[in-house]
Design a protein around this ligand. Sequence first.
Ligand SMILES: Nc1ncnc2c1ncn2[C@@H]1O[C@H](COP(=O)(O)OP(=O)(O)OP(=O)(O)O)[C@@H](O)[C@H]1O
Ligand SMILES: [Mg+2]
Length: 320
Amino acid sequence: MSFKKATKRDVKLTMGISGPAGAGKTLSALRIARGLVGPTGKIALIDTEGAKANAYADNIENGYDIASFASPFELDKLEDVLDAAVDGGYQSVIIDSLSHFYAGAGGILQQVEDESVRNGGNGMKAWAHVTPKINRFLERLKSLSIHVIVTLRSKTTYEVARNEKGKVSVQKLGLAPIWKGDSIDFEMDHMLKMTVDHRAIVDKTRLIGLTDKIFDKPDEALGKKIREYLAGGIVTPPEVVATVAPSVPVEEPEEDTAPKVPMKQQLLSQLEDLAHATGRDIGEWFPKLAQAYKKDNIEELTQVALKEIITKVKAKMAGN
Ligand SMILES: Nc1ncnc2c1ncn2[C@@H]1O[C@H](COP(=O)(O)OP(=O)(O)OP(=O)(O)O)[C@@H](O)[C@H]1O
Ligand SMILES: [Mg+2]
């Protein structure tokens, strides 16, 4: 084995864009892609919403090509369409949206449910059966020789919290992409979180100049800058970049939120997601967990205990 000097040349972009309905996932993906591949580069868009993305045909210089993907939303079929995009000479492919392959008809959740019915209700075994398909798909996605942008629908999580004085407050805990856990955040090189007012918050990036930036209506200039960077250019954020606002009302927890409360609520929320993912009934499972830790209810568990449970459940889901 030998070491080679790290270089940015020939790096293909993998980007996820998440956001609620109407936030700007489709149009931003198209504009960034246009900037990435240049005015004459070919863009392919895989549309899971009945060719809804035709709407922007006149907004993107030299257009783009659409393939409509109907249910069942199976990842292996999606891999075939991705191969077709590569073979078709496209320089960039957009999957709009990947969330359909998780929560849509015939997607991951349904496959897990079907598998669970087949094996007598064992949710964990069902996940162990389906998870390798997701992993294989993500590996394939990352290894594509063209730029990849995936959009993800997102949901807002609200938690009702009670402070020491018993006052109840509702906290917005942020937008989680509709996909399995946080695997997509790990696998993509860049993640943008779109807000309802069409801003993109750079949630994750490998481009130092983009770290923590916020873009108002991401455009072709952003795609072009990313292309320059990937080709070994200098990292300078485009002029349209807004300075990082200290607080983004749509995404951030309330300022007066004590940091420990949201963290614990987030862990509880993760545990709820895991219960859902593994087919457990929260009403039965949470009291049992509390009992195991000698507490009256789940909310009395420490963060360490909650993290421990989450780690164990995830390990089992991964088949370890
Ligand atoms: N990057 C952008 N540049 C200019 N306008 C934008 C941008 N992003 C969003 N918008 C505005 O928001 C509208 C909705 O954008 P878009 O269709 O991309 O949302 P979406 O998140 O894909 O919605 P859905 O969840 O319904 O698919 C656009 O028609 C446009 O008016
Ligand atoms: Mg859309």
